[in-house]
Write a protein that binds this ligand. Sequence first.
Ligand code: SF4
Length: 276
Amino acid sequence: MEVILAEYLGFCYGVKRAIKIARENASDEQGGACTLGPIIHNPQMVERLKEEGVGTVDALEEMERGTIIIRSHGVGPQIYEAAEQKGLRLVDATCPHVRKAQLSSKALADEGYKVVIIGEKKHPEVQSIFEWSAHTASIVESVEEAEALEPCAKLGIVSQTTFSGARFKEIVLRLLDKSREVKIDRTICTATDQRQAAAMDLASKVDLMLVIGGKNSANTTRLAQLCAERCRTYHIETAAELQDQWFDKIEKIGITAGASTPDWIIKEVYKQCQKK
Ligand code: SF4
């Protein structure tokens, strides 16, 4: 059986950077350094960081002192102010690409554009981009929602960094009719495009795709959806989920992984597949 890894897979630049920053700020004191929300959508990595002295809190209220680390998804401006008021040391690991989307959202709102964020409403990164628009943006994740938007004088569009390039284009086409002045900042990062293109390419050449990553990871789930349109696909978090019957009569297996999937988990799945 042949096992092929996608050309681009696993940790992206922003996630690697955030984990490095978190590690550099680890603390021996319990609760001394915490990320606001899980550092990445991967429970195994979150657990490993906890052992290394970086915990997780869900809200600033849970911290009395110490270091609060902002993860790659970023946060709204009110968190920076609240951390300062509480006297917490804030370490910002917001991915620079996310930062760009946040600043674009702010600039468009300041310039009087009706801001539209193309992305998933519940995703923390989208929430942070929304907060930088002074809570004025509309969040659109489907063509139907784009069509339902009211026309306006000036429309400014930004994107969730991990949004599918193809869907972004489809939605933008519907939004072009909503205003005479439309400004588009395509803030999709290349890591997402590369991983999606490589996954689709591989999925069309193999009998089975394994997509590795947290079940709560939006970009991993999207990779799994794209692969499932091309061949039989399983979304797994670790090698422990592999089942022997999946590999019956399979000659070629493809492996990809979301931007928040650690290398050691990818290697373990790869090794296990080679034994099948
Ligand atoms: S997917 Fe792109 S924008 Fe998101 S953290 Fe990674 S590098 Fe940054």
